[in-house]
Design a protein around this ligand. Structure first.
Ligand SMILES: C[S@@+](CC[C@H](N)C(=O)[O-])C[C@H]1O[C@@H](n2cnc3c(N)ncnc32)[C@H](O)[C@@H]1O
Length: 156
């Protein structure tokens, strides 16, 4: 994954705030390509871990990179775990669903905060590449075909 260290930093920081020693079952809501899910496995190697996302392309990438975890396609507000998870982890995903009120009503503790990260990218092309998988996604999705998308991405 391009910019992996930058993209994973927020998930690492979030994970560092979790005080749990023992986790048997963890869910990564809005798991994306699986890099945040892999961090959960690093921290709790014996845990059963399920990554949830509503994007087939993200789940395809995740399952190719990390075939050892379970991947489920679902909207994060509708996912139903098969048992009570010890941890529901969600990095950079809940903002899509304004989910805090739902979480706060059914968790022992719910915390939400916002952090700004500054990254130094080499040029404007790298900046566009960074946004390609986040803020630009809805714009790219509305373009008629891959050829137009490539043309748009390569436009100086
Ligand atoms: C910025 S990525 C974060 C990925 C990963 N958690 C990480 O820390 O790198 C946000 C992910 O949330 C997913 N997502 C957005 N809205 C969603 C929804 N309503 N239900 C499930 N997943 C959603 C996107 O497909 C994307 O993979």
């Amino acid at each position: 994954m391009r910019f992996e260290a930058y993209r994973t930093r927020a998930a690492r920081d979030l994970l560092a705030h979790i005080p749990l020693d023992d986790v048997e079952y963890a869910v990564d809501l809005g798991c994306g390509p699986g890099n945040s899910t892999a961090l959960l496995a690093e921290r709790w190697p014996k845990a059963r871990i399920v990554g949830v996302d509503n994007s087939s392309s993200m789940l395809d990438r995740a399952s190719r990179t990390y075939p050892q975890f379970k991947w489920t396609k679902a909207h994060l507000a509708q996912f139903q775990p098969d048992a009570t998870p010890d941890l529901i982890f969600a990095n950079a995903s809940l903002q899509w669903a304004f989910y805090y009120d739902v979480l706060a009503g059914c968790c022992k503790e719910a915390e939400v905060w916002e952090t700004v990260y500054y990254h130094s990218l080499e040029n404007h092309r790298a900046m566009v590449a960074w946004y390609q998988s986040t803020g630009l996604r809805p714009f790219l999705a509305n373009l008629p075909d891959d050829e137009t998308r490539t043309e748009f991405m390569e436009d100086e």
